[in-house]
Design a protein around this ligand. Structure first.
Ligand code: ADP
Ligand code: MG
Length: 334
């Protein structure tokens, strides 16, 4: 959590480097278990940011698996529920990315995540047999969506939209900004950054990508407009037991923290939901798997991969927009 906080402040420092005109409005607040900041530029900036904040709180109250009155909480408790359009959309997207990534993205891992104590921060290393039993419930293919009703077809199955909800939320904020006539804005939902248009002076936004090894340095800085930049890494949330570090992104194949030699994955695209879902998925796949997925995918996105050995790889679409002190390889589409 401390690291998420540091990341947020770092980003704010960078973002406030832009020339805020007289019609700029920002707000920072805590929601979805992280620090968030929302900035709009333009005549309606204040009302747009207020509406954005309201939207974040509304979506949190629908999508959180841990808030007792949320729709997802009720679904997990009752096994079947009629849900609002937003919740249905996020669940359908989660199931789509689960299929697209061949199961690396798995929105039904909550029984396993709970065993590790990640939701309530009461961390422990579960027994292998406990993990194996909980994994039997982590079956996205056993979730059915019929119009506005979702059914979890395995008894005890529970969903967790934590790897996709913030991306969906940042996209919704950009929609609100557009409806309010805002042409320039940026949101940072605990490391999920999404930008609208360019800065008020017409120049591109600068988004710094945190270096998982050293909090005070960056892997590099991206110059972008109209993009969602989402980073996933084991360094964000973890605990250490008997000298070994365990983090919060689990490999659905074995129920243990994904260990494929990657420290962080950043996904850059126009779609917040896609960037969020794929950053988690590509982290699970590891460097080779992530590169393979990027090369054959028909989706329009770019990646920045950083390995535990300190190797940096950037995809061809953003290579020219990425500035780094470090050497990096460029991965190209087939
Ligand atoms: P964060 O939201 O912490 O920035 P992610 O978007 O990568 O990072 O989401 C991680 C969260 O997603 C975990 O805390 C957990 O709730 C959930 N999760 C863990 N493993 C997976 C997985 N393989 N697929 C989908 N969700 C996962
Ligand atoms: Mg994610």
């Amino acid at each position: 959590m401390k690291k998420v906080l540091a990341l947020t402040f770092i980003m704010i420092i960078f973002l406030s480097g832009c020339s805020f005109g007289s019609y700029s409005y920002s707000d920072s607040f805590f929601a979805m278990d992280t620090y968030m900041s929302v900035t709009a530029n333009g005549a309606n900036a204040q009302s747009a940011v207020k509406k954005a904040k309201k939207q974040v709180l509304r979506l949190e109250n629908l999508l959180s698996a841990h808030k007792e009155k949320s729709e997802v909480y009720r679904l997990n408790k009752n096994g079947s529920e009629k849900l609002s359009n937003d919740t249905i959309k996020v669940i359908k997207n989660a199931l789509k990315f689960s299929r697209l990534t061949n199961g690396a993205f798995n929105p039904a891992m909550l029984p396993v995540t709970k065993l590790w104590g990640f939701p309530d921060k009461k961390y422990r290393v579960p027994k292998k047999s406990e993990i194996e039993n909980a994994l039997k419930l982590a079956k996205p293919e056993k979730i059915s969506v019929n119009k506005n009703e979702v059914t979890l077809n395995l008894k005890g199955e529970e969903i967790d939209l934590g790897a996709i909800a913030k991306g969906y939320t940042s996209s919704k904020i950009i929609e609100i900004f557009k409806r309010e006539g805002i042409e320039s804005g940026i949101v940072n939902l605990g490391g999920n950054v999404q930008t609208l248009g360019a800065k008020p002076d017409g120049s591109l936004w600068t988004v710094a990508i945190e270096n998982p090894d050293k909090n005070s340095e960056y892997l590099g800085k991206l110059k972008i407009k109209d993009k969602a930049v989402v980073t996933s890494g084991g360094y964000e949330r973890n605990f250490t037991k008997n000298g070994k570090m365990y983090h919060h992104i689990l490999n659905p194949e074995n129920g243990y923290p994904a260990e494929n030699g990657l420290s962080s994955v950043t996904v850059i695209s126009e779609d917040g939901t896609l960037s969020d879902a794929l950053s988690t998925s590509l982290f699970v796949m590891g460097k080779n798997g992530a590169e393979r997925f990027y090369k054959k995918s028909e989706k329009d996105f770019d990646i920045i991969l950083y390995t535990e050995g300190g190797k940096l790889t950037v995809s061809q679409g953003i290579a020219d927009s990425f500035n780094s002190q470090l050497d990096f390889d460029i991965v190209k589409k087939d």
